[in-house]
Design a protein around this ligand. Structure first.
Ligand code: NAP
Ligand code: F7E
Length: 341
């Protein structure tokens, strides 16, 4: 009999790639979405899986709804990807973020404990929990120092997952995933914002791009590979937490330079701080400027993950390079924008 998986956050980037992977593996997929005026399944449609999913309304703020859903569908595995996932917004909406991103997973864990403790549970933890990192690179033993309401909410959910595993013997694990991107990444995140803007500049639809901290460094991987690691974590003999990362770190500035290089433009930087500009070396036109409104009250300066444990125990390793990732994203954005999609 095919396995049944319930995925929260089905409409998000990872929800789409994970659904595709599980469907290919023969799973019955229940897609948990929060009710809005419009069920936005564009990512699932793009991957050609929208019609193969059974959609179930699940609000992470509502325990009774979660409990009844788990009772009704009795999935073998639950992947909790749903969250208020935008770090910048978490400073504006800290209470809401704590509730959805922090307490939401606890509600799911409670429902599992009540209904059927044999259900396997995955929690989408984040490299943001390392924050002002005590060491570089970061691994599963690196102390946490979260720097945003989002990261603090994720840390609460992370420890709850550990606690339910240790207290009640649940097969519950957290994947501490570093940033992972794709053509399906939300437009508010810096990578997609850059590649989409570069494509629009190339097509004459936009003159320049305005960014925040150009010197922040992240470990950026390719999302379709990361959902494989997520699935693998729930297929082991014992539940454990794993760092999933590329082991490389790059700045936002490098991301900008490489993205423009994809359309044949070389960027020259001048000025400092909020006065800094990136100009087209050939034409002198300003293509990048800095706007303080994109700075965060507290920043995570550098993240770089060490996924040795996942390599050894899950036999997972990243494949797509930083340059290839940017190539995939810019090419996709040029393609869809030029077709008016
Ligand atoms: P995403 O694209 O922002 O998707 C988040 C999903 O959560 C969306 O489907 C969203 O629904 C849903 N959601 C938000 N609030 C909800 C609520 N109250 N009840 C039910 N569902 C709700 O995020 P992602 O990039 O796919 O990431 C997946 C998960 O991994 C998230 O938990 C994120 O925090 C975590 N994570 C991501 C990364 C990364 O680099 N991508 C790294 C580490 C951890 P709507 O579509 O209706 O908004
Ligand atoms: O920012 C800097 C910004 O919003 C990356 C989420 O998936 O990954 C993601 O969180 C960096 C930060 O992602 C702009 O200050 C500069 O230092 O793309 P981001 P994030 O905050 O790293 C983690 C692992 C998650 O768990 C989260 O859910 O880029 N930056 N200028 C900018 N960022 C944005 N968004 N916009 C700018 O204009």
């Amino acid at each position: 009999m095919s396995k049944k998986a319930l995925i929260t956050g089905i409409t998000g980037q990872d929800g789409a790639y994970l659904s595709k992977l599980l469907l290919e593996k023969g799973y019955k997929v229940y897609g948990a979405f929060r009710r809005t005026s419009d069920l936005h399944i564009n990512r699932l449609k793009f991957l050609g899986v929208a019609d193969d999913i059974e959609y179930v309304p699940v609000e992470l703020l509502e325990f009774t709804n979660i409990h009844r859903t788990v009772e009704k569908y009795e999935p073998d595995e639950i992947y909790n990807l749903g969250a208020q996932s935008f770090v910048a917004l978490s400073f504006e909406q800290p209470v809401f973020t704590a509730d959805v991103t922090g307490l939401g997973p606890l509600r799911v864990l409670e429902a599992i404990k009540d209904v059927n403790p044999a259900i396997r549970f995955y929690q989408a933890s984040s490299s943001e929990m390392f924050g002002k990192a005590a060491e570089t690179p970061q691994n599963e033993k690196t102390p946490f120092y979260p720097r945003s309401p989002y990261a603090i909410a994720k840390l609460f959910a992370h420890w709850m997952t550990v606690n339910y595993r240790e207290s009640y013997g649940l097969y519950a694990c957290s994947g501490i995933l570093f940033n992972h991107e794709s053509p399906l990444r939300g437009v508010e995140f810096v990578t997609k914002k850059i590649t989409q803007s570069v494509a629009r500049v190339k097509l004459g639809l936009q003159k320049s791009i305005s960014l925040g901290n150009l010197d922040a460094r992240r470990d950026w991987g390719y999302a379709p590979e990361y959902v494989e690691a997520i699935w693998l974590m729930l297929q082991q003999k014992n539940p454990r937490d794993y760092v999933i990362a590329t082991g490389e770190t790059h700045s936002v500035r490098e991301f900008v330079e490489k993205s423009f290089a994809e359309i044949g433009v070389r960027i020259k930087w001048s000025g400092k701080g909020v006065k800094e500009k990136g100009v087209d070396k050939a034409t002198g036109k300003t293509l990048v400027s800095v706007n303080p409104k994109f700075f965060r009250p507290a920043e995570v300066d550098i993240l770089k993950g060490d996924c040795s444990k996942a390599k050894k125990e899950l036999r997972w390793s990243p494949k797509t390079s930083f340059g290839e990732l940017i190539g995939i994203m810019v090419k996709h954005d040029l393609d869809v924008i030029s077709k008016g999609l």
